[in-house]
Design a protein around this ligand. Structure first.
Ligand SMILES: Nc1nc2c(ncn2[C@@H]2O[C@H](COP(=O)(O)OP(=O)(O)OP(=O)(O)O)[C@@H](O)[C@H]2O)c(=O)[nH]1
Ligand SMILES: [Mg+2]
Length: 290
């Protein structure tokens, strides 16, 4: 049984041979996901968790807009912004921006609950064929959307991670932070049997149905190993990694993550790989390739 990504037309209808489908057949001969003969519209949902980012939020959203204008592989988009009970001006700035943009939605967390909780709230509101996570600081460059989204929009991938360690432009920063990152990716790979180079990357893009059916529980930075452990539980998923730029910030510039987050990540890797089964990872009845 085949179905079209994103319109989910089933096998019986995926037969009108066009250049588009010939291409799909060539590229996807081993896959159960195809593109049907029509150029189906692809909607992108961007989830932006925001906590005390008054200095960067306007700039990052401007860069997001700029990148979306150039993006040829999608036909529409929505932005889900989640204010995580910021104590600075972030919420006020977001409220002003959302008023002017129809495709933006603002969610407000009642208490500060962490990046994971913000992402979970955001994902639940998405309607796109593709869901992408975007941090609200300026460490990641939205220009990379093209390379991140294209494999999904073309139906070649189910999940795409952006790797900061394969990119051409990465800021030179803390050695021990880098080692911690490498160690967490290594440990995660040992359990998931995936050969990722950057498990902790913010730039993760998913087929919308997969991420919306994933049962996520982490409130803080454990969300990264959790999502990675859970995608690894569906062996047929086509997971890709693409090179991205990274403009890391220093602690003086606002970096918040620290060694305690590293320790929680180790626990999250064990918990979500070893102590969590498939039935606790995806909603009942979800079949990614039906
Ligand atoms: N640190 C932190 N970030 C949050 C929280 N809630 C939402 N976020 C957002 O989650 C994203 C990631 O947070 P960052 O502090 O940049 O985390 P990171 O990029 O992994 O780490 P550094 O930037 O290196 O500290 C940002 O967009 C934050 O605004 C929270 O409670 N704490
Ligand atoms: Mg950051």
């Amino acid at each position: 049984m085949f179905f079209c990504f994103p319109c989910r037309t089933d096998d019986a209808l995926v037969k009108n041979i066009s250049i588009h489908e010939q291409y799909a057949r060539q590229q996807l001969s081993l896959s159960r996901v195809k593109l049907c003969s029509a150029r189906c519209p692809v909607k992108l949902s961007i989830v932006v968790p925001v906590y005390n980012e008054e200095k960067t939020i306007k700039s990052i959203l401007a860069l997001v807009e700029e990148s979306l204008e150039q993006l040829t592989s999608i036909s529409s988009y929505e932005l889900i912004l989640i204010d995580d009970c910021s104590t600075d001006n972030s919420k006020k700035i977001l409220e002003e921006i959302v008023q002017q943009k129809e495709s933006y939605t603002l969610l407000s967390q009642r208490v500060n609950a962490g990046k994971g909780a913000a992402i979970r709230a955001g994902i639940a509101q998405t309607t796109g064929d593709i869901v992408l996570i975007q941090d609200a600081d300026l460490e990641y460059d939205p220009k990379d959307y093209e390379i991140l989204v294209r494999p999904l929009a073309e139906g070649k991938a189910d999940v795409v991670y952006g790797s900061r360690f394969k990119g051409e432009v990465t800021r030179v920063l803390y050695f021990w932070h880098f080692m911690g990152n490498q160690f967490l990716t290594f440990l995660s790979n040992m359990f998931t049997n995936l050969n990722l180079t950057d498990m902790e990357t913010c730039y993760k893009a998913f087929r919308g149905d997969i991420i919306r059916n994933m049962i996520l529980t982490s409130n803080r930075f454990g969300i990264e190993p959790e999502m990675t452990a859970k995608i690894s539980k569906i062996k047929e998923l086509r997971i890709y990694e693409v090179p991205i730029s990274y403009f890391g910030r220093t602690y003086a510039e606002g970096k918040k993550i620290n060694w305690k987050d590293g320790c929680s990540a180790i626990w999250a890797i064990v918990k979500f790989n070893v102590l969590t089964g498939y039935s606790e990872s995806f909603r009942e009845g979800f079949t990614p390739f039906d």
